[in-house]
Design a protein around this ligand. Structure first.
Ligand code: IVH
Length: 747
């Protein structure tokens, strides 16, 4: 859509522009959310919204006609019922190099407390590029089929699943209840034929087989699904009323006996080298398989060991997806947009002429920060041989797995005189505040903090949302109203609202929609939430990557805000060092990919960590943070960034001053060690420290790193040293590993 200069618009033109925008955005929302077929890139969408908001801020009287600017996507397709998964549907961690595979195997041995991987078998099978589906069989009959959804709740697509010929309606000799999981996909041949038919009848053409499979399964009319040639590979299971096998490979065999298609390239391997060998074998056959795969999945074969290894927040420890290398593609860089995040970071995004990279149409790529655009890393050293990125350039894009597309290279030979150097804004494009770059920070941030509408409103909406403070009567609409009126600029203001306006009711009452009753109800709803569980508080802060699960884990690990803040502050130097190491690793991986040589990841990481040299206390605080289930490095880093940001930290503290934060109840456990504080020290012989820790936690104990008066039990292996001495002094109960295992009933 062509844009007019807002400064020269009159109100009639402004209204006409908003009408046009409304049509475009509403239909884009529908294409994105309901048809699985985005028609605008994220950047185009965001920049159109910004254009709309700019118009409204000059012509506030038009706000009522521009409600579409406040919508968050189209409503979920109604018509599909929801199904709660009895066992969550999780995703897989990724490996990108041989080294990652060796690390995966080594990590498992360490976790299980085994010195070597001798006798540890794995299955290796293609990772199908489709969408996952869970099928529930009761007394042998298919009763329910659900998509993955958000992992906890999926869409009920039972009728549609019944039309897929690979999915048996009845199975024999199965446990009373058995949930089979696998991937719905479309073969290349069927995909081409479908697109041809669609073109002929003027229907929708799909970008790739995965989209076609998703679009075909999620049809409200099962008769349409029936006409779409979908297939299904079974590869795992959810709930079962009794086990079906002792090993992964036997289980797959049983799935085959039940009548499911299982992948013929599944192989039992004895070590990491075998796994990598099979990976290359599959990679070689990839082009002739007739369906899309995007890597190879490795799983520990012994199901008892899978059970011991268990899960992190969203991925199993016993499996990993070894992804095929990133694919590269050249395209034209049409513009650079700036997005302002919840934390005020100005992120440049490349707007690209759409190009297919690895089966996905890409129309934007992250450009990280201004140095990156200039061809420098955060220390000023050259990246991409110092080539800068200009608007109008030909750029090479890469995409590795789920990673956001990035720019790998620039073709200087194709650069024309029109190519424009990008002038990185020194002001926030949303609120106009100065955008500052602090020393040592590669990111320029809007200094507007809470005055930046983009940041503040989004944070506030999140704060009051259902899973956070859940303040009755205070939703997105009210937040916008209060924000525009200047009544609430940050979460702490919610709790002073009533006081700041005396009784407050008078002012509220005069506003549209508010009466005595609703105003009173709002104040008492706010009052109700001044007592809040710690986990909800953490989630409500809106820190990137800190979702509900992670917030719950953090609240269990650190009982109070002070404990959490201390641990995160202490880990800060290590967090920064590890980020540098990650960045160096990524550069190394890219260089290796372009020069087709082996990546030297370990050496690169070691060199950076050696140079940064964070102290021992920081490293152990960092290890504690990330070793906790569910807190991966990305999450720990973003938590660390948020807590180190002075403005954010001050706003957190202002908020907490109004609250009574309650400790999170550990899940009720009737184990003998529930609620006890235990410390492991010395060498454990039956399992690793990590497994011992997560086992104790799963029984409701709290595992601490040091002995104090509060400690209930010290589990002392050989070499327990000073902790054992201290425990003796304090009269803490000391057990050896066997005594501990018999106490918790594991022998
Ligand atoms: S096993 C606990 N095996 O990949 C996780 N997943 O990135 C069990 N996928 O959500 C998943 N092929 O949709 C597994 N052979 C395979 C797979 C596979 C494709 C998908 C699945 C999963 C996603 C994770």
């Amino acid at each position: 859509m062509e844009r007019l200069d807002i400064k020269t618009l009159n109100d009639v033109q402004a209204a006409a522009e908003l009408k046009k925008l409304g049509d475009i955005l509403t239909s884009a929302d529908r294409d994105y959310h309901q048809k699985d077929a985005p028609t605008l890139s994220d950047a185009q969408y965001d920049s159109l919204k910004k254009y709309g908001r700019d118009i409204v801020s000059r012509f506030p009287q038009l706000e009522k006609t521009a409600q579409f600017l406040n919508s968050v996507g189209a409503p979920a397709v109604s018509g599909f019922g929801k199904i709660s998964h009895s066992v969550r549907m999780l995703s897989l961690g990724n490996a990108f190099s041989d080294e990652d595979v060796f690390d995966f195997v080594r990590g498992i041995c360490d976790y299980l407390g085994r010195g070597t991987s001798q006798g540890l078998a794995f299955t290796a099978e293609p990772k199908i590029d489709g969408l996952s589906l869970s099928l529930r069989y009761e007394n042998g009959a298919l009763t329910q089929a659900a998509t993955r959804g958000d992992g906890a709740v999926g869409e009920n697509v039972t009728e549609n699943a019944l039309t897929i010929s690979d999915i048996p309606h009845h199975i024999e000799n199965a446990p009373e209840i058995l949930e089979i999981r696998g991937e719905v996909y479309m073969s290349h041949q069927d995909f081409e034929a479908l697109n041809l038919r669609q073109t002929e009848k003027g229907g929708k053409v799909f970008a790739n087989p995965r989209n076609a499979a998703a679009g075909s399964l999620r049809q409200l009319d099962a008769d349409i699904t029936r006409q779409r040639p979908l297939r299904f590979f079974a590869y795992s299971w959810g709930f079962m009323s009794e086990p079906i096998a002792d090993t992964q490979s036997q289980a797959i065999e049983r799935l085959t006996q039940f009548g499911f298609s299982t992948n013929p390239l599944t192989k039992l391997c004895q070590n990491a080298t075998d796994l990598i060998g099979h990976y290359h074998e599959i990679e070689q056959r990839r082009a002739t398989l007739g369906y899309d795969i995007d890597g190879v999945v490795y799983k520990v074969d012994d199901l008892a060991l899978q059970g011991r290894l268990g899960f992190r927040a969203t991925t199993p420890r016993w499996a990993i997806a070894h992804k095929f290398p990133a694919e590269l593609a050249w395209t034209h860089l049409e513009g650079i947009d700036i997005q302002v995040g919840r934390t005020g970071a100005l992120s440049p995004v490349a707007r690209l002429a759409p190009v297919t990279v690895g089966g996905v149409v890409v129309s934007n790529a992250t450009l990280h920060n201004e140095d990156y655009i200039l061809g420098r890393d955060s220390k000023g050293a050259m990246i991409r041989d110092g080539k800068d990125i200009r608007i109008g350039d030909w750029v090479q894009i890469y995409r590795a797995g789920d990673v956001i597309p990035k720019v790998a290279d620039i073709d200087l030979g194709k650069r024309t005189a029109e190519a424009q150097v990008f002038d990185f804004p020194k002001h926030c494009p949303i609120c106009g505040s100065t955008a500052l770059r602090e020393e040592g920070d590669s990111v320029r941030r809007c200094s507007g903090g809470v005055i930046c509408a983009a940041q503040a409103v989004e944070k506030l909406k999140h704060f009051v949302s259902r899973a956070a403070f859940d303040i009755e009567g205070m939703g997105a609409k009210q937040i916008e109203q209060f924000y525009t009126d200047g009544w609430i600029k940050e979460p702490a203001d919610i709790f002073t609202l009533k006081d700041r306006f005396g009784s407050g009711i008078q002012q509220l009452k005069n506003r549209d929609g508010w009466g005595d009753k609703s105003a009173n109800a709002l104040f008492s709803a706010i009052e109700d939430k001044t007592i809040i569980p710690f986990s909800r508080l953490i989630f409500a802060l809106g820190i990137r990557h800190v979702g509900e699960v992670a917030a719950r884990d953090l609240a269990l690990q650190f009982d109070t805000w002070t404990d959490l803040a201390q641990a995160v502050d202490c880990a800060r130097p290590a967090a920064l060092a590890f980020r540098k190491a990650d960045e160096a690793e990524e550069q190394e991986r890219l260089a290796a990919m372009q020069m087709q040589r082996r990546a030297r990841i370990t050496e690169t990481r070691k060199a950076v960590l050696f140079a940064e040299n964070p102290d021992e206390t920081a490293i152990s605080a960092w290890d504690d943070l990330i070793s906790k289930d569910g807190l991966g490095p990305a999450l720990a880093l973003s938590l660390s960034d948020a807590m180190a940001n002075k403005n954010e930290r001050a706003a957190f503290e202002r908020l907490i001053a109004h609250l009574t934060v309650t400790r999170s109840e550990r899940p009720a456990q009737n184990s003998v060690v529930a609620g006890q504080i235990v410390v492991f020290s010395g060498t454990l012989e039956k399992m690793s420290r990590a497994e011992a820790k997560s086992q104790a936690e799963s029984l409701g104990a709290k595992v601490s790193g040091s002995v104090s008066k509060k400690t209930d039990i010290l589990i002392a292996g050989p070499g327990a040293g000073s902790k054992a001495t201290k425990a003796k002094e304090l009269g803490v109960k000391i057990l050896d590993e066997d005594e501990w295992l018999s106490l918790i009933g594991r022998t």
